[in-house]
Design a protein around this ligand. Sequence first.
Ligand code: AP5
Ligand code: MG
Length: 216
Amino acid sequence: MKNIIFIAPPAAGKGTQSSYLVKKYGYVHVSTGDMLREAIASGSELGNRVKNIIDQGLLVSDDIMIDLIKDKLTSIKGKPFILDGFPRTLNQAKALNEMFLNLNIDNYVAIYLEITKKLAMERSLGRVTCEKCGTGFNKYSVEKMPKKEGICDKCGGNLISRTDDNEESFNKRFDTFIKNNESIIEFYKDLNRLEIISANCTSIPTFEGIVKVIND
Ligand code: AP5
Ligand code: MG
């Protein structure tokens, strides 16, 4: 079973697919977005530094992100992992390659989840999460719609949106992704590590495509 690097636009389904993979295979899910949102919620110095950047849909600096991932990879050494949200720039991809060499990590695949901007925007604007138990739903997806609007199916808690799930921030995040993506894709293509899987569909065919490439 290979370690996974997800490369994908906002709301393509990185978090959703990661949760399936954690359940089926016991991967450690390393989501840089979740790590930063936890830092914001805890009121830490890092959280205060990045809050505005995230709300606007801009990228946090490479230095901060590379240090975060270096610490995380060192602490989980030996366990299979998913990188969800890193690398997002060519600099980050190069730094990750260095880390892999230093930590002797060679069993990995970079999976590009392809999705149209229109569909990704719909998923972003429809995404809601239970503030009590953290379960995710989507207002605009038949597959993931809550039974009762605004209420969690599991625990009855309130469903809330992420502060960066608005049209302006989504556009910024998506356009930033497109700007950086080509060089990152080329980087992993040159290393012979790239797999491309469609996310323009329900989550199961995407998951089946991922399962195939991690077990190849
Ligand atoms: P991050 O949290 O990573 O946000 P993102 O990349 O914009 O991705 P999302 O979490 O929005 O989408 P996702 O692909 O996980 O989709 P999900 O599965 O939830 O990063 C946030 C911010 O942190 C960045 O903007 C940046 O500021 C900063 N940051 C993080 N990493 C950084 C880095 N390395 N460098 C610099 N800055 C960094 O799915 C979306 C919705 O669709 C859900 O509601 C889900 O239920 C639904 N859904 C999923 N799949 C399907 C399907 N197949 N059919 C129907 N609905 C579906
Ligand atoms: Mg996510």
